[in-house]
Design a protein around this ligand. Structure first.
Ligand code: GDP
Length: 288
């Protein structure tokens, strides 16, 4: 799988886990950031072990790009597991205001105990964002801070002094997020992360990713596919589908054959820029 090109090795994973766990002692609540379009695939496979009993708020980021009905299903799914999940769009800020209130509610008991011990004005609730690369951690930190703090696209493993960022009066956030690895060993997960842009295109075979995406869309969103590319029906055969889209969009080589690389580019670009509308690539029923 293309994922092997990402520099995550067992040693890196152990280090990432250790780094997050070291930070846990400083915080009251962890924000587990997931991609709303692929909540399971964008989840660290060891997250329960890593976070342990630490109160956790799940944030389904990029909800602006996800299928709203499916996001609702995910929220119910997490609710049934006893976890609160909020849909957010860190880029525009939609839903972000609910985070501090939800975090405060989650640690209410702990803070009430502090008050019972005589601490009149307990400190702000302290939080840490954790998530896989590209899920939107830096964007969310900047959004919560109300100014530019975190560089988007920061690399894992780069350490610097940690600071608390004030989020209103009642919350503080660690300025460096916990960067965790996705579930590399699952090919299906790899494709979903690739389709949603969580893995850099340079290291991927885009035709493979587009094949995966088109098969998925043919099954789950056939009308969107037909409408976008002006197709009367969706061919079952994947090459025929590439051909049909290629001809409609004029992706032809000088010899008049369909240029499959170009078709792959167009399809992935269209998906990632919402030309096919808001899409979710997994549901609780398909991945539990
Ligand atoms: P990080 O690696 O987890 O820190 O991810 P970044 O914050 O660098 O975000 C990765 C990409 O996702 C950037 O291009 C962001 O602009 C984009 N992004 C982050 N949050 C959202 C969101 O809620 N909606 C959309 N549409 N894009 C987002």
């Amino acid at each position: 799988m293309p994922m092997t090109v990402i520099q995550w090795f067992p040693g890196h994973m152990a280090k990432a886990k250790r780094e997050v766990q070291e930070k846990l002692k400083w915080i009251d609540v962890a924000f587990e950031l997931l991609d709303a379009r692929v909540p399971m695939s964008s989840r660290n496979p060891m997250i329960d072990e890593i976070l342990g009993q630490k109160p956790r708020l799940i944030l389904l980021n990029k909800a602006d790009m996800a299928d709203e009905a499916v996001t609702e299903q995910w929220i119910r799914y997490f609710h049934d597991q006893g976890r609160l999940a909020l849909p957010i769009d860190a880029q525009s800020g939609t839903g972000v205001r609910q985070i501090a209130a939800a975090a405060k509610e989650m640690v209410k008991d702990k803070f009430e105990k502090m008050r019972a011990k005589g601490i009149k004005n307990p400190r702000p609730v302290r939080a840490l964002i954790v998530g896989i690369p590209n899920v939107g951690k830096s964007t969310l930190i900047n959004r919560l801070a109300g100014r530019h703090i975190a560089k988007t696209g920061d690399k894992p493993g780069v350490t610097k002094a940690q600071q608390w960022i004030k989020v209103g009066k009642e919350m503080e956030l660690l300025d460096t997020p916990g960067i965790l690895w996705p579930k590399f060993e699952d090919e299906d997960v790899g494709y979903k992360l690739a389709v949603t842009g969580a893995i850099k295109d340079e290291i991927l075979n885009l035709q493979d990713v587009a094949v995966y995406a088109l098969r998925f869309l043919s099954t789950h969103y056939p009308n969107r596919l037909a409408e976008r590319y002006g197709l009367d029906d969706i061919p079952d055969d994947i090459v025929a589908l590439f051909d049909a889209i290629g001809r409609r969009r004029g992706c032809l080589t000088s010899g008049g054959a369909v240029d499959y690389d170009k078709v792959a580019d167009i399809v992935l670009y269209d998906i990632r820029t919402e030309k096919l509308g808001r899409l979710s690539f997994e549901t609780p029923a398909s991945r539990t």
